[in-house]
Design a protein around this ligand. Structure first.
Ligand SMILES: NC(=O)c1ccc[n+]([C@@H]2O[C@H](COP(=O)([O-])OP(=O)(O)OC[C@H]3O[C@@H](n4cnc5c(N)ncnc54)[C@H](OP(=O)(O)O)[C@@H]3O)[C@@H](O)[C@H]2O)c1
Length: 332
């Protein structure tokens, strides 16, 4: 089968599309004929040699999410039938014509989503749903901050928070992304250029000093002090990404006096059972919202598999608003 291969670690020029062995599904795993797959920051890091795939996953074929048709069942797989339209997550290997994934890592694609839209959903929405609700304990009517709100995960988090009745605050480094995010439920946008304090100032100014109850942080280290400042009494901070670094100074007195809770999350490295739980919650709570258009896949751009280098370059330049999708095979 044709697949993206990381031929050597380094820049996008090391990506190739070539023939590799088609994977075989055994046990409770299923093989999916991939129609589209999406790109993630993790692919960029893996390409640079900074984020190896976990043991058991393909090491040189990237890809954490996909949409396609179930094509072969392992001997213990019971949840799906050949021909089912599914989307889901894998620890790697999704950017090829076939991927093998645990049957519990898949959900049924709603009729109203195209393959490209479906591929843009799983990683962003499962991560955001898990971070907001399972880790962050979001309840109806709270105030939520989302950093890098124009990112794939950011726009998923924004829409899910809004669907739960939250008042939403978001940051980006350009006004243009904030303007576009309004359509997806952004109430208050803050341009954070070099000064994350602008976020805390804006939040406190617009909440009569009360702060936000929950922050979905995709940016990391440089935003920590502003996050603590912006959080309300008993606020929660969920670390999802480290785009601006992972090492920061923490003022414990603020954490203690505000009785804050800090949590970190990562999807890829979780056990199969933990992933299955996150996917079950996604299927139960997010897929129905997608089916009736209450939340939407945000597709920034679609590239043919052969143009994967250009897709990486677009993400690396921070040009995308929403998800970058790779079209893998044609057909309906
Ligand atoms: N924990 C998990 O399980 C998990 C799962 C998926 C993704 N993630 C992480 O979540 C983050 C977002 O992923 P994504 O795929 O949604 O990203 P994405 O769509 O590529 O968007 C990332 C955006 O973040 C902003 N950004 C980049 N570098 C920045 C910096 N140094 N400071 C401030 N903003 C910066 C840029 O937007 P602006 O133009 O607004 O600056 C960029 O477009 C990544 O760190 C990713 O690794 C974590």
């Amino acid at each position: 089968m044709r697949a993206v291969v990381i031929a050597a670690h380094g820049g996008a020029e090391n990506l190739e599309v070539r023939e590799v062995a088609r994977p075989v599904a055994v046990g409770d795993r299923v093989r999916v004929r991939v129609r589209a797959a999406a790109l993630n920051r993790a692919d960029l890091l893996q390409r640079r040699g900074l984020y190896p795939a976990p043991a058991g996953a393909p090491q040189d074929v990237p890809g954490l999410e996909f949409a396609g048709v179930v094509e072969q069942l392992g001997e213990e797989a019971r949840a799906w039938r050949e021909g089912d339209r599914v989307f889901g997550i894998a620890a790697g290997g999704a950017q090829g014509e076939y991927v093998v994934a645990a049957e519990s890592a898949l959900a049924r694609v709603p009729e109203n989503l195209s393959w490209e839209e479906a591929a843009a959903v799983p990683e962003a929405f499962i991560t955001a749903h898990d971070a907001l609700f399972t880790q962050g304990g979001l309840t109806v009517g709270e105030r939520v901050g989302v950093h890098a709100v124009g990112s794939g995960v950011g726009l998923a988090g924004l829409q899910l928070a809004r669907a739960a009745g939250a008042q939403t605050f978001g940051t980006a480094r350009t006004q243009a992304k904030l303007e576009r995010a309004r359509e997806f439920g952004l109430d208050e946008g803050v341009v954070v250029a070099d000064d994350p304090k602008a976020f805390a100032d804006a939040v406190r100014g617009r909440t009569d000093g009360a702060g936000v109850n929950l922050i979905l942080d995709l940016v990391g280290a440089s935003y920590l002090a502003a996050n603590l400042d912006a959080l309300s009494y008993r606020g929660r901070l969920v670390f999802v990404g480290t785009l601006a670094g992972s090492v920061a100074q923490l003022d414990l007195r603020v954490v203690m006096s505000k009785r804050l809770r800090l949590a970190g999350t990562i999807l890829r490295a979780r056990s199969g059972e933990e992933k299955a739980r996150a996917v079950r919650l996604f299927a139960a709570h997010v897929v129905p919202l997608l089916a009736r258009g209450a939340v939407r896949a945000v597709v920034d751009s679609v590239f043919d598999l052969a143009d994967v280098r250009a897709a990486h370059e677009r993400m690396e330049a921070n040009e995308n608003f929403g998800k970058i999708v790779l079209r893998v095979t044609g057909g309906g």
